[in-house]
Design a protein. Sequence first.
Length: 349
Amino acid sequence: MEHARVGDRDRFEYEAAYLVPGLDHLAPALEAQAVRVHCLGAAHDADPRWVARLVHLLRAGRFDVIHVHSPLSASVARLVTRVAAPAVRIVYTEHNRWPSYHPLTRAANRCTYGANHAAIAVSADVRTSMSRRAQARTEVIHHGVDLAAIRAWRTERATVRAELGAGPAETLALTVANYRPNKRYPDLLAAARVVLDDGPPIRFAAAGHGPLAVEVRAEHARLGLGDRFALLGHRDDAIRLLAGADLFVLASGHEGLPVAVMEALALGVPVVATRVGGLPEVVTDGVDGLLVPPGDPAALAAAIRRASRPDERARLATGAAAAGDRFAAVPAVRRIEAVYDRVRAREHR
């Protein structure tokens, strides 16, 4: 979405394609940014019907570059593009560490990686997880976010806090993460239980959805977190929620580089997170946030307690606001568009 908002429309025309019909929540927003959107109509990643529809799109002759973002679909798209539209250049963004993928997905990605004309990693940590050959073909480009648009949501702070029941003296700790194994919701809920048992004036909330929703809600009930930890489900207004938060908390076991972390910093919200993936590249421990080892709810709880102290929270918030200036979307998108230019130039040499 950030790319759609700030892409150079004098030089590039953008279209987007997605595989599964039910995952269309971004389609209206993309279309509002004059991005033509195509549904490839797959029931899941392994449903081959999307391949035929991709071939049809590629053979329309409109495209110079296809930019793919998911390792399994990218593995197929590389082969399909090379056969069906060999003039189209292939750019790939790697969003997660290679060991985090299923072995078959990792093997398919690795075996077809050489078909990329260019590759991008969202963090240096993601890049170092690759094979040496793949690393040599990959450059690191951190995501960017629309700082002005994000910061405009600060006016919603009081409204959001009222909606979530956070009083003036309470710390509101927010998580934005889908219910997936790598997000380690059991660790997050366990840490919240420890913090609440200590009695500081704090309230938790989490926005997200996903395949582990039933398990997350069951663990929430087992721990008796009640309304002190609100499970908000899928929300289209995650940035608005962040504007009302005092802390952004993430318990992940592995990460690439979560956009929500950059959005939190842009809003001056300190980050309490695990020291995984690209997080140490954007969060400076003790300056704009606190980092702890993964898989350690007690350490996460201690960091949340520390960051919720008014003096510490104010100090970290000042650091977060300064750190957020690094994540402007325009420079990041211009670097990606420069990649498109390079691969097209090689085609025409």
